[in-house]
Design a protein around this ligand. Structure first.
Ligand code: ADP
Ligand code: ADP
Length: 232
């Protein structure tokens, strides 16, 4: 089964004449162990789709199955527990807690979830991301690239079924952005993680092994390198 799938996803903001049809019936499968880029013009529904797949938002129609769990069956508390246990997020703006050190930021989701960290895994993640000598630093003492690597470490620590990244390189210079993309790809190649990344940047998308293209709230095509894949 895919790590996450959506069927017939519809999401409408507002109603009547003011209604915005952000998703108009999206079918999508994210196979386990893949790095998928979601692309498309501004306003095509990328963020809305990823928020629905990540259990951050509920679609108005259709069904999301995340790591074998049908999200429609869960109440809000259930969705929140599921996110804590099975989903990691990386945002464009890092979203680190300024008063906490890098190590405390990385551990925060586990602390909030009342889960004990596996120390060997913590060390492996931190070493892989090159953060070993930065753990006592607060976010303002770190470069943008280091802050985003802290955010990636935080997303990976619970070994989530899927890591969602929404424009993770949007606030980074080119070289630093490439470093963060390397880290995400490494999490897929070596760590067996599943990553879904929203980006409008074709260069960033070249780190992914599949590209799903949205246009006006629909999937316009999927490119996964196979000759029989639907062309855009
Ligand atoms: P993308 O990520 O591709 O730029 P979004 O999913 O952010 O697209 O937005 C899709 C459409 O839904 C856009 O027309 C956007 O203006 C609209 N939209 C997104 N979020 C909201 C919201 N909270 N309220 C009203 N309209 C929204
Ligand atoms: P990168 O983002 O690839 O780590 P930078 O050129 O942004 O590289 O940063 C180089 C070094 O300068 C880093 O080791 C970082 O710790 C330090 N640094 C960058 N920005 C700041 C800052 N605002 N405060 C303290 N140190 C910083």
């Amino acid at each position: 089964a895919p790590a996450v799938s959506g069927r017939g996803l519809v999401r409408t903001y507002g109603d009547g004449d003011a209604a915005v049809h952000a998703l108009r019936g999206v079918d999508i499968d994210i196979p386990r162990g893949t790095f998928t880029a979601v692309m498309g013009p501004s306003g095509s529904g990328k963020s809305t789709l990823v928020h629905c797949l990540a259990a951050l938002d509920r679609p108005d129609g259709g069904e999301v199955v995340l790591d074998g769990v049908a999200l429609a069956d869960l109440d809000d508390a259930g969705l929140s527990r599921l996110r804590g246990a099975r989903v990691g997020f990386v945002f464009q703006s890092f979203n680190l807690v300024p008063v906490l050190t890098a190590a405390e930021n990385i551990r925060l989701p586990l602390v909030l979830g009342g889960v004990r960290a596996d120390e060997a895994w913590f060390t492996e993640v931190v070493d892989r991301l090159g953060l070993g000598d930065r753990l006592g630093h607060r976010p303002h003492e770190l470069s943008g690239g280091q802050q985003q690597r802290v955010a990636v470490a935080r997303a990976l620590l619970s070994r989530p079924a899927v890591v969602f990244a929404d424009e993770p390189t949007g606030n980074l210079d080119t070289a630093t952005g490439h470093e963060v993309l390397d880290v995400l790809r490494e999490a897929v190649r070596t760590g067996g993680q599943t990553v879904v990344m929203v980006t409008h940047d074709p260069v960033a998308a070249s780190w992914a092994d599949r590209v799903v293209v949205l246009s006006d709230g629909r999937v316009a095509g999927t490119l996964d390198g196979h000759p029989d894949a639907a062309a855009v």
